[in-house]
Design a protein around this ligand. Structure first.
Ligand SMILES: [Zn+2]
Length: 419
């Protein structure tokens, strides 16, 4: 690390006498400052491949983007995949830091300032946090949350990590009976002034589970925050290709409300008020395209509300219909549990057709029968009939729940932890 220059120097050594030529990730090349042999002789880079090194080690230096006292360094800038890496090869990382600096990594810690770099680090983006930050550790539901908090002094003691992350972990754990992963790297960037305590979340999987949050540690309400519940819900499903975005975001958006209600952070009325409000936002943006087309174009159109909340409405209707048709034997939770049990390879990217295939297998085809027409239609999913049957009414901006509605028991069952 060179604080003054804003650079990170990497020395990578293999266990052969001569390292083969390296092929850095395309995203890393613009950050490259120097590339040399171990003894400092320059090594050329042509067409995305280095010249053949003469020794077992290669050195490179990359420039990183600074963020005050914390550098958030994407793996794609510094972690070049050695092509000689065999499946199952052990890769370890040791770090030399300037005095007073610390490292936050998604990787499993080996002790003695060494980390193990697991195969998912080569498959997905992940982030190192380097700098002067405060730490907090939260354990909840069998998982450990290593928090690096950076911002105005005292941020780790101001941030109610236990109440916030503990509540979110308990909410999400209801689906599987435990938290979906055993460790989460949490990068908490404090000092963002905003209406809500947590203003942004970004989940990543490279090298381990990780979430970056921007937040305002001086605000109340962390124990009811939805952002952490949304982000943690993404660990219930594996990495997917972009075609499945409507499904993964719909699931996390539906769960961010339902799981908070199940854990008591939201009342039943507040849950339905949140869902109705979200559905209205999705409906407002409904246009000429179906959900799949909107989802595929979202990076360009930024119509996030349309995709997230239409996806949430699809998940809601699927949840209701699965429970209805099977008298409660099947539910969205049951499909997510089936997916989690099957998704054991942390480097695999699931295409939408494989998710659909697994959900259909677990539901005897009910998933596609319900969801298929909703996803191709440009209209917002017809949630009104289901809401009326469940006894959810909106009058003058307030939500009332009818205990005598024909499907009031199903409505209450949505709030029960899965068996
Ligand atoms: Zn999301």
């Amino acid at each position: 690390m060179d604080h003054a220059r804003g650079t990170v120097a990497v020395r990578a050594c293999g266990d052969t006498a001569r390292a083969p030529a390296l092929s850095p990730p395309a995203a890393g090349v613009p950050h490259l400052v120097a590339l040399t042999e171990d003894d400092g002789r320059p090594l050329g880079l042509r067409g995305g491949v280095t010249e053949a090194p003469t020794g077992p080690c290669v050195r490179w230096t990359v420039r990183v983007r600074e963020r005050g006292d914390l550098w958030v360094v994407p793996a794609s800038t510094w972690l070049w995949r050695p092509p000689w890496l065999a499946r199952g090869a052990e890769v370890t990382l040791s770090v030399a830091l300037p005095a007073g600096w610390a490292l936050s990594a998604p990787f499993p810690e080996l002790g003695g300032d060494r980390w193990s770099i697991p195969p998912s680090a080569w498959a997905f983006e992940g982030y190192l946090g380097l700098g002067r930050f405060e730490r907090a550790v939260v354990t909840a539901e069998g998982a450990r949350f290593d928090v690096a908090c950076v911002g105005p002094p005292g941020c780790a003691s101001r941030l109610p990590s236990e109440a916030w992350l503990g509540a979110a972990a308990r909410a999400v754990s209801g689906v599987l009976g435990r938290f979906p992963v055993s460790r989460v790297q949490v990068l908490a960037l404090d000092g963002e002034r905003s209406e809500e305590p947590v203003s942004f979340g970004l989940t990543s999987r490279g090298g381990g589970a990780s979430v970056l949050f921007t937040l305002d540690s001086t605000r109340p309400g962390f124990e009811r925050d939805w952002v952490a519940v949304h982000e943690f819900s993404h660990f219930l499903h594996p990495a997917t290709d972009p075609g499945a975005t409507w499904l993964t975001e719909g699931l996390a958006t539906y769960y961010q409300e339902v799981l908070r209600a199940r854990s008591g952070a939201l009342s039943e009325e507040a849950l339905w008020a949140e869902l109705l409000e979200g559905f209205a936002r999705g409906r407002e943006q409904a246009g000429a395209w179906g959900l799949q087309a909107e989802s595929d174009a979202m990076a360009r159109t930024h119509r996030y509300q349309r995709v997230y909340w239409t996806g949430a409405a699809v998940c809601f209707l699927a949840d209701v219909e699965l429970r209805r048709q099977t008298r409660g034997a099947l539910s969205l939770d049951a499909l997510v549990r089936a997916l989690h049990a099957r998704a054991t390879d942390p480097t695999r990217v699931w295409p939408l057709r494989d998710l659909t295939g697994l959900f259909d297998e677990a539901s005897e085809g009910r998933w596609s029968a319900v969801v298929g027409p909703l996803v191709s239609s440009p209209r917002f999913p017809p949630v009104d009939a289901a809401l009326a049957s469940l006894g959810v009414r909106e009058e003058g901006g307030a939500v009332t729940l009818d205990p005598a509605a024909p499907e009031a028991p199903l409505r209450r069952a949505l709030l029960a932890a899965p068996r």
